[in-house]
Design a protein around this ligand. Structure first.
Ligand code: OOB
Length: 555
């Protein structure tokens, strides 16, 4: 079987030639590609355990040595090649945390195709957008989706939507199927170290998602340095319980950082204390990466568990702001060292260092990986603020992208003319270079580490025939940090109920974590001086509402 002819990828805005030459000269950018990365590690650490996790093929737990992982990646490459996947094709990779995640990741890399790191929770709305933007050739899926959803049925709906819009749907590759016996291994077909090798997903701020083009040279630099900064080595056993596709567990230092050094990756199907604690004990896990709400669930559970968590040395927390008071409990309650991680799939990653003093570890979100990460903190007009003052974070450096993939003018607006990425985060910088995240100036909701673009949800709500307008804002939440609240203006009575609006969004096929936690039906929106809907005023109105609710019904 072969795939219909597909477009070649579009060129991306990369680093200027002189800047690239400098990163090369400094040894940041090297010649290693992902296919070579695994082959070298398999030769060096053949008999060591690389990956432990459930298999979507056998349904049982599996352990793969580095040699077995390499053989499985070769078999995946052979399978993809037989199916017609060619170098530079785009391949959606959508799997739960399972051993196949890693075998297919490296199999796709070895084929020279670009994995597109979708999340297990993505449904037909997101997947159709990714397929359209990336012109995807194949979609790797397997296992049950969240809440028992069948990814094959979802892929079917994606195909219908794509066909209706005149696009060719991707070939579906089920990672649960048996792999062919590797006969003669196809030679690695991965492309050059400074060519794009995969597409990460942006948290997003606009109506359509944005894809992030990354190269082996830039990404592996961040991986090697992350492993060094985080003390990862051959004895590291890393528990990955966040979705493997996310940049944090993938590369900060994550799966790639551990495999880089010959350590062991343990993939947990979920981050709940019962699942995670049992694996920590049985696999003697030394390190893990968590988002703040998961840490908050672990802290009280640690005092009650009968599992031995004594092997845990470092707990990384990032993806959303960790409260200083919660940070201070990691040592006493979990007996491990805390490392805060403030990163973004676009590039820049900050870590508190393992030897930083306690007040820095609990009170800051770390400092950049590289001495060549350029940091600017600016006001609304793009002027540098005085040292220590709050401002917008701009960054540029050896592993921060200079442009999104096929995003047009909306994508270009995320960068300054001289190539700094506008993170949309508000920070203060300490004299030590550590950053404190103080807020956000982008229309994004951070729901316990899951990023939601307000505009995207508004677009889906506006497709409801009985709504005139919709505005989506963050709602403070004790556990998740933020939840999603939608203010809607009905198009006359009767107003649609919250249940109807939820059903509407479900039919649109958006990921569950994006569906608003609360709906407020109103007759008009506050407007800014320029006449635009003021999300700031809506957030304030919501805060008043929540306050008066708690005053009226004290618990
Ligand atoms: C990580 O990556 P993304 O792309 O899902 O989200 C990036 C955004 C940042 O711009 C910031 O708004 C927020 O997530 N964020 C944090 C944070 N870490 C990320 N906000 C406050 N405190 C933190 N520690 O989330 C990501 C990528 C690599 C490593 C770690 C996290």
């Amino acid at each position: 079987m072969s795939l219909p002819r597909r477009t070649d990828p579009e060129p991306v805005t990369g680093w200027p030639a002189d800047v690239a030459a400098r990163y090369r000269a400094l040894g940041y950018w090297r010649d290693e590609t992902f296919g070579a990365f695994l082959a070298t590690r398999a030769a060096r650490h053949a008999a060591r355990t690389a990956v432990v996790g459930r298999s979507v093929h056998t349904g049982r737990w599996a352990r793969l040595t580095y040699a077995e992982l390499e053989r499985a990646a070769i078999a995946v490459h052979a399978r993809l090649r037989a199916a017609g996947v060619r170098p530079r094709d785009r391949v959606l990779l959508q799997l739960p945390n399972c051993v196949e995640y890693v075998t297919y990741l490296f199999g796709v890399f070895r084929s020279g195709a670009w994995p597109v790191f979708t999340l297990p929770g993505h449904r037909e709305a997101e997947l159709t957008d990714f397929c359209r933007i990336a012109d995807a050739a194949a979609h790797v899926l397997g296992g049950p989706g969240p809440r028992g959803a069948d990814p094959r049925a979802t892929a079917q709906r994606v195909a219908e939507r794509l066909r209706a819009a005149g696009h060719v749907p991707p070939l579906v590759v089920d990672a649960g199927a048996a792999l062919p016996e590797p006969g003669t291994a196809p030679p690695p077909a991965d492309t050059g170290p400074e060519e794009v090798a995969f597409l990460q997903l942006s948290g997003g701020t606009t109506g359509t998602p944005k894809l992030i083009p990354r190269t082996p040279a830039d990404y592996l630099y961040s991986v090697r340095e992350s492993a060094r900064i985080c003390g990862v080595g051959p004895d590291t056993v890393m528990l990955v319980s966040l979705p493997a596709a996310h940049n944090f567990p993938m590369s900060s230092p994550g799966i790639l950082g551990v495999l880089h050094t010959g350590g062991t990756v343990v993939l947990a199907p979920d981050p709940s204390p019962p699942t995670a604690f049992a694996l920590i004990e049985s696999e003697r896990v030394t390190m893990t990466s968590l988002v703040p709400p998961v840490l908050q669930a672990w802290l009280p559970a640690a005092g009650r568990t009968s599992h031995d968590l004594g092997s845990l040395d470092v707990i990384q927390v990032g993806g959303a702001r960790l409260a200083d008071a919660v940070a201070a409990r990691v040592g006493p309650d979990l007996g491990a060292r805390l490392q805060q991680v403030f990163g973004m799939a676009e590039g820049l990653v900050n870590y508190t260092r393992l030897d930083d003093p306690d007040d820095i570890v609990t009170g800051t979100q770390g400092r950049p990986i590289s001495p060549d990460d350029e940091i600017r903190v600016v006001d609304g007009d793009g002027r540098d603020v005085p040292p220590g003052a709050e401002g917008l974070l701009l960054t540029r450096g050896p592993y921060t992208i200079r442009g999104y993939y096929r995003a047009g003018p909306a994508g270009a607006a995320s960068f300054t003319p001289d190539g700094f990425y506008r993170t949309g985060d508000l920070v203060r910088r300490l004299p030590s270079g550590h950053l404190v995240v103080t807020g956000r100036a982008k229309d994004q909701i951070n729901r316990g580490g899951d990023k939601i673009a307000a505009e995207e949800v508004e677009g889906h709500l506006l497709a409801h025939p009985r709504l005139r307008d919709a505005a989506v804002v963050a709602m403070p939440d004790r556990f998740l940090g933020e939840r999603v609240c939608a203010f809607v203006i009905p198009d006359g009575p009767p107003a649609p109920t919250a249940a109807e609006l939820r059903r509407h969004l479900d039919e649109r096929g958006i990921a569950g974590y994006k569906v608003p936690d609360r709906f407020e039906i109103v007759t008009e929106f506050p407007v800014s001086a320029l006449g635009k809907t003021s999300r700031r005023e809506l957030r304030r109105a919501l805060a008043d509402l929540l306050r008066s609710n708690t005053e009226r019904s004290p618990r």
